[in-house]
Ligand binder design. Structure first.
Ligand code: 1DF
Ligand code: MN
Length: 355
């Protein structure tokens, strides 16, 4: 059971719920060094990577230096920031793109080292941190093994995957060892955004739209749709996927997705789009959980709850990319009754991440 703590704006009195922030980012020194090396050597062909971490890890802007320094802190400063905003617990994941840009061997070894470090931070601060494992989809069988080690031996709570891996998506059956492991361990896979891959990013980059403003959501929503249409949840009916940013736009599309999927399947329009056991919207209501990272906006939160279910939408901050005390005030002010608010901030996260 996670303990409530007061935010600066609570006037010294803890609220009747613990705020659990469920999409919170960190970076280890090793991943930082390896990522810097790729930037300096221009070692991969991925314009999105250079636009994203090429920016955050080298820019001297106030925003970048704030973020780059806080990403690497799993101790006092992070906890002070949590205390100031009344966050009892962070669910931590390695920031995008994590290990997914590296060759398989590097990615596998960095993933294991990252999980060891994350687990150590969670052991030091068991009431403040819980973690999602880093895995390397480049080596699917090893990724599944590492997820199992991270959950059963290190006490981590699921996996964080930063969407596509070098342009490949998890609906490809070659990755399904990962889903097999997650389903049998009973832990969620959090699909976090990253910039679109090289064959998609051109028109986004031309207007600076490839990142969190828009491209992240388009790319991650595509990933979600590929999983559904690709039959992942018919093969793994008990698999839980967690997504941020209120579902990356997809909750707004439920009617159209169902209508067009059925029309296309009935017309036998695509070899790649076969009948599914359930409606597209059913998977989005039954296999996914949603967090409010970067979306502390009442109309969107209430709408999302109304279409995917109030028991599927939970709080996230997206620290340190979006560390805004006023957004906690906005989330506290949501027009939910006491029981609903406790579920939103605490209860759903405790259940999904087995806290
Ligand atoms: C940004 C946003 C970067 C999110 C992130 O990780 C991230 C950003 C690299 O603002 O560039 O996780 N986000 O989830 O919204
Ligand atoms: Mn994020």
């Amino acid at each position: 059971m996670v303990t409530p703590i007061p935010a600066a704006h609570d006037g010294g009195v803890a609220p009747p719920y613990a705020r659990i922030a469920t999409e919170e980012a960190f970076m280890t020194r090793d991943v930082y060094a390896a990522t810097r090396r790729v930037i300096e050597e221009h070692a991969i062909d991925d314009p999105g990577f250079y636009a994203l971490q090429g920016h955050y890890l080298t820019s001297t802007s106030e925003r970048s230096t704030f973020i780059a320094s806080r990403l690497q802190d799993l101790g006092d400063r992070r906890i002070a920031d949590m205390d100031a905003t009344g966050i009892s617990m962070q669910i931590l994941g390695l920031t995008a793109p994590g290990v997914q840009i590296f060759d398989a061997e590097t990615a596998v070894s960095l993933a294991a080292a990252t999980n060891d470090e994350l687990a150590e931070a969670c052991r030091r601060h068991p009431d403040r941190f819980a973690g999602l494992a880093t895995i390397a989809p480049q080596a699917p069988a090893k990724a599944a093994e590492e997820l199992s080690r991270a959950v059963t031996q290190l006490g981590l709570k699921g996996a964080m995957i930063n969407s596509h891996t070098r342009g490949e998506y998890l609906d490809d059956p070659k990755f399904w060892d990962i889903f097999e492991a997650a389903q049998s361990l009973g832990v969620p896979v959090y699909i976090h955004p990253v910039t679109p891959p090289p064959n998609m990013i051109g028109p986004f980059l031309e207007r600076g739209l490839e990142g969190a403003i828009f491209g992240f959501a388009v790319e991650t929503a595509l990933h979600m749709m590929r999983l559904i249409v690709g039959g992942v949840f018919d093969r793994f009916p008990d698999l839980t996927i967690t997504v941020g940013h209120l579902g990356e736009g997809l909750p707004f599309w439920l009617y159209r997705l169902d209508y067009m999927h059925k029309a296309s399947v009935t017309a036998k329009r695509y070899e790649a789009m076969q009948p599914l056991q359930r409606k597209v919207s059913d998977y989005l209501k039954e296999n996914f959980f949603y967090t409010t990272s970067g979306m502390p906006w009442e109309p969107a939160i209430l709408y999302t709850r109304s279409v995917v279910g109030a028991d599927r939408v939970m709080y996230a901050m997206d620290y340190p990319y979006e560390y805004v005390a006023e957004e906690v005030v906005m989330s506290d002010a949501l027009p939910l009754d006491a029981e609903e608010k406790r579920a939103f901030f605490q209860g759903i996260a405790e259940k999904v991440f087995s806290l």
